[in-house]
Design a protein around this ligand. Structure first.
Ligand SMILES: [Fe+2]
Ligand SMILES: [Fe+2]
Length: 304
């Protein structure tokens, strides 16, 4: 667990709501789809390219409020064809409810991904089998509600949205995510394939990126709630980032109240985690994709 940010951290002071403090991109090649956030609007060729917007783990009410207040503007700015949100921490910091999932969809999400906290609110089980655009990690035992692959379609583009959990420093119940990806994609017709790989270890995520290179449009990491600066386009046109980061409260420890976590670290006594009562920031990535091939042309991270 990283050192929590202090009150006077310039990095975090810079992350005021509605101020984009980070805007970096890694590109396969220079092209019209690649624009810095300071540029007015996005230039992409709608005839040949489309955009995926992905928001990292939404943590509690601060994260939900940040999504509610900023997603419309983000979509106006980036004009994504598909918007995907990881909602595994959206209900009180762990899990998601059907009402919150519906709220994400109403706010403009086209699909919701989850993670190791998918089932912390058991009420979601029925919703996962209701045909809604939501995925939980696929590499779970047979019979578990929901699935880890759905396909959503817009403007003739069929996007497969997948969710897998890693195994390093994760619950041992998860099956092999690498062979699960192979099985999921073996007979998949569409080349447009988005994988949210929910995972603790950077090494396992990077390995998954290489495993999927040329076989997925994007492999984006979630779970650590800390954005990494390694976004890139892998060979074969696979957009990759080790972790997108969270949509959650600033001045917190991974979204949780910093004082509670500090006491826990210092004293080692059990304490109930509480979502920090702080304004929320949004961490996400924007991925530009070729319509014909499903190959990613660029990936750009942002924080709002
Ligand atoms: Fe997680
Ligand atoms: Fe998370």
């Amino acid at each position: 667990m990283p050192t929590p940010p202090g009150n006077t951290s310039p990095q975090w002071e810079a992350c005021d709501r509605n101020v984009e403090a980070l805007a970096f991109s890694r590109n396969a090649s220079q092209n019209s789809c690649l624009r810095h956030h300071e540029d007015p609007g996005d230039i992409l060729n709608p005839m040949s390219e489309y955009t995926i917007l992905f928001l990292g783990d939404v943590v509690g009410r601060p994260g939900r409020n940040a999504v509610k207040e900023n997603l419309t503007a983000l979509k106006l700015k980036h004009n994504p064809l598909f918007t995907i949100i990881n909602g595994e921490n959206s209900a009180g910091g762990v899990g998601i409810t059907s009402a919150i999932a519906e709220e994400f969809l109403a706010n403009g999400a086209d699909a919701i991904t989850l993670g190791n906290h998918a089932f912390n609110k058991r009420e979601i089980e029925g919703y996962l089998d209701s045909g809604k655009p939501i995925v939980r990690p696929h590499n779970m035992s047979p019979g578990v509600p929901g699935k880890g692959l759905i396909q959503i379609q817009k403007q003739g583009i069929q996007l497969a949205v997948m969710n897998l959990c890693g195994r390093v420093m994760m619950d041992p119940m998860y099956g092999d995510p690498f062979s699960t990806f192979d099985a999921l994609t073996e007979n998949l017709q569409t080349p447009h394939r988005f994988l949210d790989f929910h995972c603790e270890a950077t090494s396992e995520k990077i390995a998954m990126g290489y495993h999927c290179a040329g076989r997925a449009t994007a492999v984006v990491g979630t779970h650590t709630h800390v954005t990494t600066a390694d976004e890139t386009i892998l060979s074969g046109g696979t957009a990759y980032i080790t972790d997108v980061g969270m949509c959650g409260p600033i001045n917190s420890v991974l979204g949780m109240d910093r004082d509670v976590i500090l006491r826990r670290f210092r004293h080692g006594l059990p304490e109930k985690f509480e979502v920090a009562n702080e304004p929320g920031v949004i961490s996400g990535v924007k991925i530009c994709v070729e319509k014909d091939t499903g190959r990613a042309k660029s990936i750009e991270r942002f924080r709002v």
